[in-house]
Design a protein around this ligand. Structure first.
Ligand code: HEM
Length: 167
């Protein structure tokens, strides 16, 4: 596919939109959950635990992060594959983008194995003690993924400005 053709430009535009809007939803939801919703629910004690379990079992919230993260990562990988070697690692911008991409991949893998997969178990748990124990683990792991995704966003969004300063 000739990327400079009208069809190629359309594909790149769609992938960029999917990547950027997906990243916005992923990181935005993770930040709001970690910094605001979870601390407020933790302070609310047993009621907070019930609300959080309702959020996970009664709404489609558990799919929001995995789906937005998957769209961001798949579109990011396709965009990365379309970059030439020079763009990817031969320039300051390429190096910063590559570091951001590595952090993004790490955020995705960590989110998948340490948060989203165990969260499916969490929503199915009926025992309140078991749910409370898993809830603490999910919260800590969720924060790690959130920081990785936030760092990835900072490098990706800043690459075109940080890159020239470095090179
Ligand atoms: C938390 C995850 C991620 C977020 C929030 C994110 C966000 C962004 C943003 C905002 C841009 C636009 C930068 C600009 O145009 O100045 C961008 C560009 C880009 N991202 Fe990501 N990204 C993430 C993960 C990834 C991953 C995992 C990859 C690839 C493995 C990747 C590959 C790219 C590429 C190649 C571009 C340049 C696209 C282009 O200019 O055509 N990103 N990203």
């Amino acid at each position: 596919m000739d990327l400079s053709s009208a069809g190629g430009a359309l594909i790149i535009t769609v992938l960029r939109l999917l990547h950027i809007v997906g990243g916005l939803v992923w990181v935005g939801a993770a930040v709001v959950l970690s910094f605001y919703i979870e601390p407020a629910l933790e302070k609310a004690g047993a009621d907070g635990g019930r609300i959080l379990r309702g959020l996970y079992s009664e709404t489609s919230f558990p799919s929001l992060l995995p789906i937005s993260a998957l769209a961001t990562t798949v579109a990011g990988l396709l965009l990365y594959g379309m970059m030439s070697y020079h763009e990817a690692l031969g320039s300051g911008m390429g190096v910063v983008l590559t570091l951001g991409a590595l952090l993004g991949l790490l955020a995705f893998a960590h989110g998948f194995f340490a948060v989203w997969r165990p969260a499916a178990t969490y929503s199915a748990l009926t025992d309140a003690d078991q749910a409370a124990a898993l809830q603490g683990k999910l919260r800590r792991n969720g924060r790690v993924s959130m920081w990785l995704a936030l760092a990835s966003l900072a490098l990706m969004a800043g690459a075109r400005y940080i890159g020239p300063v470095l090179s």
